[in-house]
Design a protein around this ligand. Sequence first.
Ligand code: ATP
Ligand code: MG
Length: 556
Amino acid sequence: MKESKNFIENIIDEDLASGLDQSLLKFRFPPEPNGFLHIGHVKAICVNFSLAKKYKAPVVLRFDDTNPVKEEQQYIDAIKKDISWLGFKWDEERFASDYFEQLYNWALELIKNGKAYVDSQSSTLMAEQKGTPTSPGENSIYRDRPIEENIRLFNEMRQGVYAEGKHVLRAKISMNANNMLLRDPVIYRVIKKEHPRTGSNWVVYPLYDWAHGESDYIEQISHSLCTLEFKPHRELYNWFLKQIADPNKLKPKQREFARLNLSYTVTSKRKLKNLIDQGHVTGWDDPRMPTVSGLRRRGYTPESLQSFVNTAGVAKRDNVIDVSLLEFCVRDHLNQVAPRVMAVLDPIKLNIINYPEGKDEILMGENNPEDESAGIREIPFSRDLYIEREDFREEANRKFFRLTLGKEVRLKNAYFITATSCEKDENGEITVIHCTYDPLTKSGMDTEESKRKVKGTLHWVSVKHAVKAEVRAYDRLFLDEAPDSHKDKDYMEFVNPNSLEVITAFVEPSLQTATIGERFQFQRLGYFCVDKDTSENKLVFNRTVPLRDSWTKMGE
Ligand code: ATP
Ligand code: MG
């Protein structure tokens, strides 16, 4: 079978075929440490690290830390933790801030070559002079400042002589280039704020376009892969490289692939931060967040995130991937690896009238039918159990495969039972169901009785042995499929006010010793994992995903 390749692999193959030495291949992942990584970044990480693996090339983790206003050490730490958790190892760790001196010196060279000037106009005036895509811009009155004066001013900017906004350094390209980004872009501005790594050493900071390509060049990145919105920047990227690159050295190549957008959420650090700042979620790792740390806390596995971005594929056009694909991927993986347990989220009491009072019995449950090596566990059984309220109806039609009066069902890992009566409170709410059990139908018994056809199988927890737990069930964070795609409305207007439901559940006692991060299948309900809010006397679970796409389909 012919191996299918994505378009980036085709580009690399062509470069290799036309003489690029394979040993010169090198990739990078360049996050700005201004927030936590999200599912979109997982795509970029997988693209770069997979290429590196495939072509046996190194990957640089480069922090694009050129704007001290938004960047923090906590983000640097979180980004490293998340990439490692995803299962990737970078070969080099770099910081754009390590190149500040070099970038500054190259900027001085630009000035000396008449390719950059200090502009002292206001930013509003500069914006007005930019022109439009269909009309040319206007030259700044400072565009022809003498080189010596530019050098002096730029040095003084660095020394902190000027307040923020007083002067900027601009590349001198053309004020009527078709590509607006080439209309004398600003490459340095004064920012008087502590930088997480360089402290107060610098007060001039390079802008993205100047810092990024030159950092790629310093690290000798062969293919600088970014998302489509940077496509118009490619011309500028190449213009800058042409000014500084040694013709005998490798010149990095920028290529673009589609952003990964996920339905019913936003993937932008800035927008995610707003959700935190406005109190819609509790932090970057809130299990409703599409961040790596949120998904991890929610119970997602690295394998499921990788298979999700691989299935979504590397595209050339932006698209929105349905969140149900992400959910499919985690179900698929957890089905293979998550131990099965029983938990009742909406309990109603079930009393077995012919089971001896005071008797306890230890039954055996298979931990994972998909994995024999997962072994078996003990589940205590007694006369009083909890079952799900929705698993019982006094009467129901033939499509209801659960418990009704007079009908027999199986209790998972236990016995067949037949409902005989139920008690109600003054509001007509059922408070307890009475049933009988058949001791000859015990799970694992090879009797005639256990061959009887029963309609359904219910999960349960013994009342006496049950452990109370808090279960947090999550719904979509936004009510709109593409909350940030509306021209006339802010994405914040679509925040789902009911994205969290807190439930008091009863779980089987084997879960008493579960540790934070452990994942389980609550049989017939879904996948759940132990939240970090768990303490010695309080068990907290997050619902990763229900077993099926929708609650309404359950058991019907
Ligand atoms: P944000 O808007 O969330 O801050 P960004 O693009 O500014 O995103 P960076 O930290 O600068 O974030 O991105 C690091 C790398 O991840 C870049 O190469 C960027 O193109 C890529 N990336 C960011 N978001 C996505 C996405 N949704 N899909 C694919 N790649 C992405
Ligand atoms: Mg950014």
